[in-house]
Each structure stands twice: as C-alpha cells, then as structure tokens.
Design a protein around this ligand. Structure first.
Ligand code: CO8
Length: 261
C-alpha cells in the first residue's frame, strides 16, 4: 500500500489534512486509495488529540473525479460488489468519525468524490469547483450513498436535477442550495479550511463531538426522539470538566482551556 495515494499532513496541532493524490487521474479512487483511507480512518478514530480532519485533492483540477472507472471496467461482478461494500463501509466510517471533518473541494467532486464530500460536516469550495453525480451517464447509479445523502441534504427536486439530468453544480449554486458553507478563490481554499479548523478548535472538543453526532443521528429521527437525544447529550456535557471551564472562563472574561474531559 502506498501512503502517497492519500497524503496525511498536520499543519497545525490537532488538525490533519488528507490529500487525495493521483492528480494525473483527477484523484480517481482506486482500491489502493480506499485501503489507504481505511488505515487513515483507523488511526484517526484512535487519536484523542485530533480535533479536525480536512479532506482535499492534489492539484487545482479535482477533489476526486469519482471511482476509478478504468479499474471498475476490468472487475468481475464479485469484485465490483466487494468494492461497493468496502466503499460504503469506509464512507459511513468517515461520516461517523467523532471529530468534525471539512471537505476543501478544490475542483471536480464527482461520483464517489462527491459522496466523500457528502460524508463531511462542513464543505468549503474553490470558486471553480463543481460537484455532481454523473453515474447515470455510465448507465449506473451512485453506490456510496450519493442518492440518499444528497436527498437528505438538498431535498428531492434539486437532487433529481443532479441525478436525472447529470447536472454538475458549480460551487456558487451548491452554496445557494445549502450544501457548501463557503466559496473562496482557489488559491485561498486550504487557508480557509485551516481557518475553519481553528474556529472548530474554539469549541469544547466534547461539545463538538456531541453536536456532530446530534446532527447526524437526529436528522433521521422523529423530532420528539431527536429532542430527547439532544437533552441527554447536554446533560452529559453539563457534567464535563470542559463545561465547568467554559462557563468559568466566560465569567472570568478569559479564553477557556479545554481538556476534552
Ligand atoms: N476514473 C478513472 N480515470 C479518470 C476519472 C475516473 N473517474 N476521471 C478522470 N480520469 C482520468 C482521465 O481518463 C484522464 O486520464 P488520461 O490522461 O490517462 O486519459 C485524466 O483523468 C484527465 O481527465 P480528462 O482528460 O477527462 O479531463 P477533462 O478536463 O477533459 O474532463 C472530467 C474532466 C469532466 C472530470 C472527466 O474526466 C470526467 O468526466 N471524468 C469522469 C467523471 C465521472 O463520471 N465520475 C463518476 C465515476 S462513477 C463512480 O464514482 C461510481 C460508479 C463507477 C462504476 C464504473 C463501472 C464500469
């Protein structure tokens, strides 16, 4: 397995930047890349010092232009099904990572690339970026959660345009639809993502993890059940040392020092 296929760097404490790194193939997701993602996810879920993961693509052209179509084309049905199960599991684990994740979409995020972005918590895009699910043009449909996560994000009718007409959404339109939080000029993208990570670091780490989980789990629950898990989470946070510190720091007019306990 080559670690170079997804670079992992830590430009500031508690932050990892994962860079999909096959720019000559627009960072298309090959099986070795998925294996590398698997090991990065394992390591990240064990890392208690981690506060944020930023995902981006090498080069200016693509975040990830989808699954590696050439690899797919040579697969048997069994290999194809296995690849689907593996990517579904990985994408769910990315979505379920305890710490907040930021997709810094530096270009095309298509097919599996858009599905990865849809598993992240905050999406920031370069002005020239485009997202889409063009699998229909291959006579296929998304298999890594694209249809289901998109419809839960932007609703049925905007999703139908992306899926049934294979419409690529430019960054500005993705922002209008509420998918993307911020659009910046391409050269400023990584710095904007790092600034987002610094803002995330101002939140208590337990609170950030709790709110991330509530957004994910609560949106699939009936309101009453969702309100219950919110109150349970708040009660747990109230008992934490960080909540004591956060409230004390406010009254003492200083910045809190959170310890994640
Ligand atoms: N897989 C493999 N190689 C790719 C992919 C990809 N998804 N995307 C781009 N590449 C390669 C190109 O083949 C090309 O390689 P080479 O230089 O060796 O010919 C190189 O990257 C550069 O790409 P282009 O020359 O095409 O660049 P353009 O600027 O002309 O076009 C596009 C950019 C519009 C992004 C274009 O590359 C494109 O349409 N890519 C495919 C996008 C796509 O359909 N993504 C969804 C993939 S499907 C998926 O994710 C799940 C289902 C897959 C099932 C496949 C079963 C057979």
């Amino acid at each position: 397995m080559s670690d170079d296929l997804i670079l992992c760097q830590s430009p500031q404490p508690g932050v990892q930047v994962w860079t999909f790194n096959r720019p000559e193939k627009l960072n298309a997701l090959s099986t070795p890349m998925l294996r590398r993602m698997d090991s990065l996810l394992h390591a990240a879920s064990d890392d208690q010092t981690l506060r944020c993961v930023i995902l981006t693509g090498a080069g200016e052209k693509a975040f990830v232009a989808g699954a590696d179509i050439e690899e797919y084309a040579s697969q048997t049905r069994e290999q194809f099904v296995n690849y689907q199960h593996f990517s579904r599991d990985l994408f769910c684990r990315l979505e379920g990572l305890a710490v907040p994740t930021v997709a810094a979409i530096n270009g095309y995020a298509l097919g599996g690339g858009f599905e990865i972005a849809l598993c992240c918590d905050i999406l920031i895009a370069a002005a020239h970026a485009e997202v889409g699910l063009p699998e229909g043009r291959l006579g296929l449909c998304p298999g890594g959660g694209g249809t289901q996560r998109l419809v839960r994000s932007i609703g049925r009718y905007a999703s139908a345009d992306v899926l049934l007409a294979a419409r690529r959404l430019p960054a500005a339109r993705a922002m209008e639809l509420g998918l993307v939080a911020q659009v910046v000029p391409g050269p400023q993208l990584l710095e904007a993502a790092l600034e987002k990570a610094r803002q995330i670091a101002t939140i208590g780490p337990l609170a950030a993890r709790a709110m991330k989980r509530l957004l994910r789990e609560g949106s699939d629950l009936p309101l009453d059940a969702a309100l219950t898990i919110e109150q349970e989470a708040l009660a747990r946070l109230f008992d934490s040392a960080d909540a004591g510190e956060g409230v004390r720091a406010f009254t003492e007019k200083r910045r809190p020092t959170f310890t994640g306990r």
